[in-house]
Unconditional design. Structure first.
Length: 199
């Protein structure tokens, strides 16, 4: 569960889909008939086979590097069309109190990127549907897909899951020893992210 189709009736005015999100070009939904760009993407990905890659290096980071300059700005799809909910707000899809806000945000969207890696890190069990009344639950019900789930999360369990994830993400669950164990590898990962080894 990573991308949800919200509308099949919104007309696309161009023959390419390069959706933007808050961190760059998102590869979750992607289409082009630009043979030169596809060859460049393929060549770059093949050059990285067998390398120790960081997350997104052959996906959104590569797409952003190749398309993020000013001359390609007109090729990029508006963020609200394919990735209307930001990374930091993805939990709102799962809680009933944010249903109306999500519906408003997704009014003109064709797809919704569910940002699977955040749901996985959160501990979300994908065989359990989101709570009743949440935006995501209603969208799943609208396409008659609730039968694919073994159960439905109770509201309070989902809230605790999200609170625990935010607690861990903010570092509040760490003691001094844990901070030291996390800080050194984290600094290394951050350095490698901003200064990757040339290939």
């Amino acid at each position: 569960m990573d991308v949800l189709l919200l509308s099949d009736s919104t007309p696309l005015r161009k023959h390419e889909i390069f959706p933007l999100d808050e961190s760059g070009v998102n590869g979750a939904v992607f289409y082009t008939d630009d043979a030169a760009l596809l060859k460049c993407l393929t060549d770059e990905a093949v050059r990285r086979i067998g390398k120790n890659l960081k997350w997104g290096e052959t996906g959104p980071l590569l797409l952003t590097r190749l398309l993020g300059d000013g001359k390609n700005r007109s090729r990029l799809s508006p963020r609200g069309m394919f990735c209307p909910i930001s990374h930091g707000d993805i939990h709102k899809l799962l809680l009933p109190e944010f249903r109306d806000e999500c519906a408003e945000t997704c009014t003109n969207a064709i797809t919704l990127h569910l940002i699977n890696n955040i749901l996985v890190r959160m501990g979300y069990w994908k065989n359990v549907a989101p709570p009743k009344g949440s935006f995501l639950h209603e969208r799943i019900a609208a396409c008659d897909a609730l039968g694919y789930f073994a159960a439905t999360y109770p509201d309070d369990v989902m809230r605790r899951l999200i609170e625990n994830f935010n607690f861990r993400r903010n570092g509040k669950a760490l003691g001094i020893g844990s901070i030291v164990k996390e800080a050194i590898p984290s600094i290394g990962r951050t350095y490698r992210n901003y200064y990757p080894k040339p290939i």
